[in-house]
Design a protein around this ligand. Sequence first.
Ligand code: SF4
Ligand code: SF4
Length: 277
Amino acid sequence: MKDMLEILLDFFKKYRIDCFSSLPLGACRLKKPYLLERDGITDGTVIVMAIPYYTTACAAKERNLSAYAVARDYHLFFRRLFDDLLPILQKSFPQNKFVGFADHSPIDEIHAAATAGLGVIGKNGLLITPRYSSYVFLGELITDRKLPTETYEPRTCENCGACLAACPAKSGNLCLSALTQKKGLLTDEEKEHLAAFGSVWGCDLCQEVCPHTKKVLESGSIFSPIPFFAEQPLPHLSTEILNEMSDESFRQRAYAWRGRETIARNLALLEKGESSC
Ligand code: SF4
Ligand code: SF4
């Protein structure tokens, strides 16, 4: 019978996941312990994954969404992955418990990924990996099974300051990413700010200016090898495209949780700004 590490290595190869490592659960910072308590896991191992999502569609000049929102919602990717992986593990090790998380996690994912040696913690608040810079989603498999692990003192980036210098929120403005997600009425100032920014959803400024991103763009290593992120890309949204999108397609997008109205409002502001030029 294959041991768990062999199963994981085969599985990650199939999914083309090449940035993962394991650390003891005890080395993680618990943020939402109840998410583990409900599964009865108190000790064990965390296998943390950094999933790259940047594709050629993200490099398109006409992109008006944050790069993470160009492909379908990454939660769909993780759901598919865990739906595939967990039954295999459960069948092979019926005496153990396995649970998968992404985003809504019991642990501090960035701290765990840095402790497992996947990258450094950037001043921009993101994990920076050597191959993909910060263009990764973090997810983890947690089990009560003990596996070999290696831990490192979490390191931070070199603090060059480029991300802070590029951030328009530092001069008292509301964070642009938060602004694109804000529901309801915007003030005139917020409308102007959003129209001038040119993004329908999210902001990548602090990632784009980071020297680590420039390096991996130059080398070409930034591009995700995972097919899911190259499927059905939508780098540019317009009112016309939004209106033609079925509810089912819309639900598969990372911005769907905010509802069509918020996206339609942002588009109207952007398109008004473009037509008045
Ligand atoms: S998302 Fe954009 S505006 Fe918001 S803090 Fe980061 S760089 Fe600043
Ligand atoms: S831009 Fe500089 S300070 Fe900001 S995350 Fe990148 S390396 Fe760190």
